[in-house]
Write a protein that binds this ligand. Structure first.
Ligand SMILES: CC1=C(CCC(=O)O)c2cc3nc(cc4[nH]c(cc5[nH]c(cc1n2)c(C)c5CCC(=O)O)c(CCC(=O)O)c4C)C(CCC(=O)O)=C3C
Ligand SMILES: [Fe+2]
Length: 357
């Protein structure tokens, strides 16, 4: 049922839990990343606007509970642990404790559905850093493949978009939104498969979701992929258009309303709460464009059972048992082990785990 694995490890970003955590958290996130000081202070304000508490930790606690329930329901007897990149519980501490408890073979599940340095290799680097000091006691860690086109993620997203469309006038388009990244980061995402996989995976999911929503509702659904949360120096090109500019363009083109669907985020992260629910909603109000935000997958039952299916799939693969590898776009199924050169770190090569390099 769980193959060679003796534990599941939820790996996430982490976020501040109070006002005093905000600056140290932001320093953890941006160490060596060349983010301008003004941007940091601006983002600190976003967090302070919500009492210095990121929604992400509570959402991960809810996901942990949902995963435990679903594993039990499917008869998979695996303990579930949790570790973050940028705030407690830190991956380093979690993996040390897991080693103390005797875990030898761990399957990691990352709260990021797509390929990119930020969403994949950087987590794999962090896993390596956490495992290295453990020496011989370090468990072997594998990572669940990217799930952007898994039926659980897609199915939950289709329902969320269809529900949001009910709240805006007929004929409203869908703006699928993800986190902007530097053009250069997109270019090397999934390099062994031709690169630009960050954008290509999102485009494929957006097209598939729009098509399924059309089939389900009988409405025609125009759509576009747009971006939020740009940072970095203004001289550096990042993925565009920004969601706010897109809303203005839609208004000018006569759109009767808009659904904003944050397919780049698995739960209502700060980017969703601030950049979409606060900032983009304000833009829409200002220009008089009816606006609805589609839910993120969060702890949706179809999404969570899809994740558990993927855990069982990988366990079967590692046991040499036959495994179905469902994937709904022609980009997937993404490989279990990232090939060498996937999602390069453009600053410096660092050793990783769960990949060929
Ligand atoms: C692709 C991607 C994801 C999705 C994949 C995944 O989910 O991991 C993601 C997730 C997240 N990003 C988050 C927060 C931040 N990201 C920052 C900075 C950056 N993100 C980037 C990309 C991504 N980020 C990039 C290219 C930068 C520039 C600096 C760098 O090159 O590393 C900064 C610094 C300030 C700023 O620059 O805006 C913050 C505070 C949070 C927590 C939110 C919460 O608290 O709810 C989450 C889940
Ligand atoms: Fe980020």
């Amino acid at each position: 049922m769980h193959g060679p694995y003796d534990a599941l490890l939820l790996v996430s970003f982490g976020g501040p839990e109070g006002p005093d955590d905000v600056m140290p958290f932001l320093e953890n996130v941006t160490r060596g990343r060349g983010i301008p000081r003004e941007r940091l202070l601006g983002v600190a304000e976003h967090y302070q606007h919500f009492g210095g508490v990121s929604p992400i930790n509570e959402q991960n606690r809810a996901l942990l509970a949902a995963l435990r329930d679903e594993l039990a329901r499917q008869g998979v007897d695996l303990p579930v642990w949790w570790g973050n990149r940028n705030w407690g519980p830190y991956l380093t501490d979690t993996l040390a404790e897991m080693a103390d408890k005797g875990h030898r073979r761990v399957l990691a599940l990352v709260t990021s559905a797509y390929s990119s340095y930020s969403g994949c290799r950087q987590y794999r680097e962090d896993l390596h850093v956490a495992l290295e000091p453990l020496g011989d006691r370090a468990p072997q860690v594998d990572k669940v493949r990217h799930y952007f086109d898994h039926p659980g993620f897609v199915g939950a997203t289709v329902r969320a978009v269809a529900d949001a469309l009910e709240q805006v006038p007929e004929g409203s388009p869908v703006a699928f939104v993800t986190h902007s990244v530097p053009d250069a980061m997109d270019e090397v995402s999934g390099a062994p498969f031709g690169g630009h996989m960050y954008v290509r995976q999102h485009e494929a999911v957006a097209a598939l979701v729009a098509q399924r929503v059309e089939a389900e509702t009988g409405r025609r659904v125009a759509h576009e992929l747009v971006y939020c949360s740009r940072s970095g120096p203004p001289t550096q090109p990042w993925l565009e258009p920004d969601v706010n500019d897109h809303l203005r363009a839609l208004k000018e083109a006569g759109a009767p309303g808009v659904v904003v669907a944050p397919i780049g985020f698995v739960s209502d992260h700060m980017e969703v709460k601030f950049d979409l629910d606060t900032e983009a909603a304000e833009t829409a109000k200002e220009i008089g464009l009816p606006f609805a935000r589609a839910a993120t997958v969060g702890t949706d039952a179809e999404f969570v059972s899809g994740l558990v299916d993927m855990v069982r799939e990988r366990a079967a693969v590692e046991s040499g048992a036959p495994a179905e590898r469902p994937a709904l776009t022609d980009i997937g199924p993404w490989p279990d082990v990232c090939p060498a050169g996937c999602c390069a770190n453009l600053r410096a090569y660092k050793p990783t785990c769960c990949g060929e390099d």
